[in-house]
Design a binder for this molecule. Structure first.
Ligand SMILES: Cc1cc2nc3c(=O)[nH]c(=O)nc-3n(C[C@H](O)[C@H](O)[C@H](O)COP(=O)(O)O)c2cc1C
Length: 179
């Protein structure tokens, strides 16, 4: 299985968790890691190159820190530019059909529950990506989420990277529409 990991972190130099994930996966077999902010610091995305990588992958992973209960801006730009009509959606837009899509994010906060500080779960806040997955015909795997990412120790980060490697190399369940 070919896995494509698109890492959208605006400042990987200062990142702890997302950087550890990128470094931990970079030399794995059948895994391609793309550091998107390094590739596109000016937000001018090479659409053909991105579509080529997507078309070659079986499992596509969007890895990012949670920003304003959403994604960093470049991931939104990437969606706008790369997931084009007639390629990713529309009657002839079937290039991504049947591939798996995994959203993996890290949050600074805790309290992502109805009775918590945020009031919504991370899965709920990620619905636009789930709806996008529905539109482009990918299988939306249960998101991989790390809360309280600023507070964890180096040891915990290493354990998390190992857990993530395990997660992305084995079969996973899909997330239900309203889970
Ligand atoms: C501009 C900005 C916005 C952020 N917004 C959120 C947020 O909405 N919710 C949250 O839990 N954490 C938020 N954070 C915290 C990041 O998610 C956290 O720093 C990151 O996941 C840690 O991962 P890293 O070690 O890879 O940088 C934000 C951080 C920044 C810089």
């Amino acid at each position: 299985m070919k896995t494509l990991v698109l890492v959208f972190h605006p400042n990987l130099e200062e990142s702890r968790v997302n950087r550890a994930i990128a470094e931990g996966l970079e030399h794995s077999d059948d895994v391609i890691v793309r550091r998107m902010y390094d590739l596109y610091p000016d937000f001018k995305i090479d659409v053909a190159e991105e579509q080529k990588h997507l078309a070659a992958a079986d499992r596509i992973i969007l890895q990012f820190p949670f920003y304003w209960y959403s994604t960093p801006a470049l991931l939104k730009q990437w969606q706008d530019d790369v997931l084009t009509y007639g390629w990713a959606f529309g009657s002839t837009g079937t290039q991504l059909h049947g591939k798996e899509l995994l959203v993996s994010t890290t949050t600074g906060a805790v309290g992502y529950q109805r009775d918590g500080e945020v009031k919504y779960t991370v899965e709920e806040l990620l619905r636009p990506l789930q709806a996008t997955s529905n539109l482009i015909g990918t299988k939306y795997l249960r998101p991989f989420i790390l809360n309280n990412a600023l507070a964890i120790s180096e040891e915990e980060i290493n354990a998390y990277v190992e857990q993530f490697k395990q997660y992305i190399t084995t079969d996973q369940e899909l997330l239900g529409l309203y889970e």
